[in-house]
Design a protein around this ligand. Sequence first.
Ligand SMILES: *[C@@H]1O[C@H](CO)[C@@H](O)[C@H](O)[C@H]1NC(C)=O
Ligand SMILES: *[C@@H]1O[C@H](CO)[C@@H](O)[C@H](O)[C@H]1NC(C)=O
Ligand SMILES: *[C@@H]1O[C@H](CO)[C@@H](O)[C@H](O)[C@H]1NC(C)=O
Ligand SMILES: *[C@@H]1O[C@H](CO)[C@@H](O)[C@H](O)[C@H]1NC(C)=O
Ligand SMILES: *[C@@H]1O[C@H](CO)[C@@H](O)[C@H](O)[C@H]1NC(C)=O
Ligand SMILES: *[C@@H]1O[C@H](CO)[C@@H](O)[C@H](O)[C@H]1NC(C)=O
Length: 291
Amino acid sequence: MTFVFCYPRDYKEMHTLNFAVLYVISIFLLFFPNGFCHADTNMQAGFQCSASDYSVNQDTFQTNLRILLDSLASNVVEHHGFYQTIVGKKVNKVYGTVLCRGDISANNCSDCTLNSTKVASNDCPESKDVSIWFRWCFLRYSNESFFGHMQPTAVAITNDTDFDDPSVVSEGLPFMSGVAAEAPEKSFMFNTKVLDTNQSGKRYGMAQCTRDISRVDCRSCLDDQLINFRTVIGNKRRWEIYGSNCFMWYNDYQFYSNVSNLLSDAWRPSSCTRLMIGMIIAVSAALLIFF
Ligand SMILES: *[C@@H]1O[C@H](CO)[C@@H](O)[C@H](O)[C@H]1NC(C)=O
Ligand SMILES: *[C@@H]1O[C@H](CO)[C@@H](O)[C@H](O)[C@H]1NC(C)=O
Ligand SMILES: *[C@@H]1O[C@H](CO)[C@@H](O)[C@H](O)[C@H]1NC(C)=O
Ligand SMILES: *[C@@H]1O[C@H](CO)[C@@H](O)[C@H](O)[C@H]1NC(C)=O
Ligand SMILES: *[C@@H]1O[C@H](CO)[C@@H](O)[C@H](O)[C@H]1NC(C)=O
Ligand SMILES: *[C@@H]1O[C@H](CO)[C@@H](O)[C@H](O)[C@H]1NC(C)=O
């Protein structure tokens, strides 16, 4: 397994980035005991905490953070898997975002969000700027505003020796460029696509952006990831890229679900409930008419 950090190409930005925040990164190997397995399971993909700052423990900030994390977890599903909010004032203000992968179910989205808030509290208890990457969701909070700003930190996860068939290698990246090009135009900036290689089966691609950035920024975020990680992922059969504003997945089986209710009708009553409501209205109307 390889995990590679992608720093901004602009050195100045990288400098300020490292200056401001001390990055603590988890080791991905631990989370890939069997390499990539066939069932799509959730797992933690990494985390990043700013340097310890004891003022995090101060009551007001702590209270605001707790309210923020609860609010993210309880609102993310009804906002189609993406929610941002701000809690508190002045030095105790905290900004938070959560994004669920577009294909997962509403239940798994809210579970993943809850789990990521627990990881944040356990692993980064004294940090004010925290990012938690799971395969199915991404959580970030900070005492500084980051909504709508592109943050170039990203990590690629792949197996160093799991090369794809040479006949597919030349098709993989152009295929994923296509996935990247379409994603910003899709609703919720979430896209999946299948490549039929003829000789070597199918390849499945998926891309998603956080919805606080523009469509143009989404496109450039995805394109930058493909460019920056090209040598790492270009000849591999499976890979995943986790950024702060955009995400990409590539594999040789359909790892994503066709049937998520998250982006479609998570908030609508189910057809059974609708039928019941319809019956209640009909019965009430009948009662009104007859009595
Ligand atoms: C990486 O891929 C190679 C070749 O497919 C495989 O033999 C190896 O077990 C994989 N390693 C991990 C850690 O999954
Ligand atoms: C956020 O917290 C960091 C330290 O954790 C501090 O240096 C910075 O000034 C704070 N920013 C704001 C806007 O309060
Ligand atoms: C949630 O994820 C689990 C795997 O961890 C899966 O078996 C289950 O079907 C998912 N739930 C829904 C409602 O999709
Ligand atoms: C959340 O954590 C619980 C307990 O560790 C685990 O059973 C569950 O599968 C996790 N859910 C998701 C969606 O990651
Ligand atoms: C696979 O074959 C079809 C029909 O022969 C062709 O149109 C398509 O371009 C081929 N796909 C690739 C990726 O070579
Ligand atoms: C998803 O849908 C495609 C076509 O609509 C179908 O070929 C595929 O088998 C479905 N996959 C799953 C896991 O349901």
